[in-house]
Design a protein around this ligand. Structure first.
Ligand SMILES: NC(=O)c1ccc[n+]([C@@H]2O[C@H](COP(=O)([O-])OP(=O)(O)OC[C@H]3O[C@@H](n4cnc5c(N)ncnc54)[C@H](O)[C@@H]3O)[C@@H](O)[C@H]2O)c1
Length: 350
């Protein structure tokens, strides 16, 4: 089996590649990435791309046709991948996350791929008062990032895949250790605060709900999407990926981290304006369709692995919220140094 992983050099990609190498030992794994975060390795003993058969560098807006030849499955991770980056690069976010994802899906299916997996996001539920959201509930995307995922899903659902299988995995907020660790994610941020300063500052009032998933379990979900039987769920499926036990309020996450890193103080901003991005998610469809690929990592394990990873990296930066552990900062520093343009294209210096 030949698999093309688009956007493999970010936070999720390294865990995914490691997982696919084990799950499909004889497979040919090809990576394609612009390399915005290629240098952001975090304590990895080797570059994670060593597990691939080939790494290609390029932009999703001009993926070469030859990379699609003979490919059985495409996993589309490449994205402007969070709200702060989406707000800063709004038009580019739509071009990369929506237009390019759909164009690649169409081209891959036309070239004969049988599987297309799209990394979508539960953030499309936006502000969702009431019970946990199911897949058929109305979507309420509040940001450019969430809107780009909704637009991509809408277009993917309209494709005529023939016998191919297209799956949009609506991932919970990711967390956990990675060879390219990012700290612009709620749980990772809290563990980094605890390890570097012994104090977690919760920027909101702590009440918003966030479903979480460890990167290792995201990889298992992608394996499922590459192998699932289309008679369960159909040739096109959009499904929430996570587990009911991992619907947490932000303050519960902070206290769980403070228990795992003894001596950590938690300060909550009781006067913060209500954070609109609050949603609980129902994962019963995923539980029913993917009983053998359910999340395995529990919260304490994820926190422990992050803590160990940060200690291994000798992580001490109390001001990391302004550092290159935040993806937006990395893109901005490329632009400042004139390596990237405002459209996130490499320049001659890049
Ligand atoms: N991290 C999360 O919490 C989370 C949650 C739900 C869904 N997702 C989705 O999962 C996917 C992977 O997330 P991640 O955390 O690894 O993101 P990331 O930003 O760490 O990695 C994305 C990768 O895509 C590449 N990329 C971006 N634009 C590109 C372009 N124009 N051409 C080629 N490559 C490009 C980047 O270089 C990077 O290596 C994304 O689609 C994201 O939206 C992530």
């Amino acid at each position: 089996m030949r698999l093309l992983i688009v956007g493999n050099m970010g936070y999720v990609g390294p865990s995914l590649v490691r997982h696919l190498r084990t799950a499909f030992p004889g497979s040919e794994l090809i990576g394609y990435d612009a390399g915005y975060f290629a240098h952001c390795l975090t304590g990895a003993p080797t570059t994670p791309e060593i597990l691939l058969n080939r790494q290609h560098f390029g932009d999703v807006r001009d993926l070469p046709e030859e990379l699609l030849i003979g490919v059985d499955g495409v996993i589309q991770l490449a994205a402007v991948s969070n709200d702060p980056m989406g707000n800063r690069f709004e038009a580019v976010t739509s071009a990369i996350n929506y237009e390019s994802s759909v164009a690649i899906a169409k081209r891959a299916l036309a070239a004969g791929a049988r599987r297309f997996v799209f990394a979508s996001s539960c953030s499309m539920y936006g502000a969702a008062a009431g019970g946990p959201r199911v897949e058929s509930d109305p979507l309420n995307p509040l940001t450019a990032y969430a809107r780009s995922k909704v637009a991509a899903e809408n277009a993917l659902s309209q494709l005529e895949p023939g016998g191919a299988v297209v799956t949009s995995l609506r991932f919970s907020t990711a967390c956990g250790m990675s060879d390219r660790l990012r700290l612009d994610l709620v749980l990772n941020d809290f563990v980094a605060c605890a390890v570097s300063s012994g104090e977690i500052t919760v920027l909101s009032d702590g009440t918003p709900w966030r479903p979480l998933i460890d990167v290792a379990d995201m990889a298992r979900a992608i394996e499922w999407a590459l192998t699932r039987d289309p008679s369960d769920g159909g040739n096109y499926l959009a499904v929430n990926v996570g587990s009911d036990e991992w619907n947490y309020q932000v303050k519960d996450l902070a206290f769980a981290v403070s228990r795992a890193v003894p001596g950590t103080k938690v300060s909550i901003n009781e006067n913060a304006p209500a954070d609109k991005r609050s949603y609980r998610v129902d994962f019963s469809t995923y539980r029913k369709l993917a009983p053998r690929h359910q999340p395995k990592v529990d919260l304490d394990q994820s926190i422990r692995q992050l803590k160990q990873g940060l200690i291994r990296m000798n992580f001490r930066d109390e001001n990391f919220r302004g550092s290159h552990y935040m993806r937006l900062k990395v893109l901005e520093s490329h632009i400042e140094a004139k390596r990237l343009t405002e459209s996130l294209r490499w320049t001659q210096q890049g």
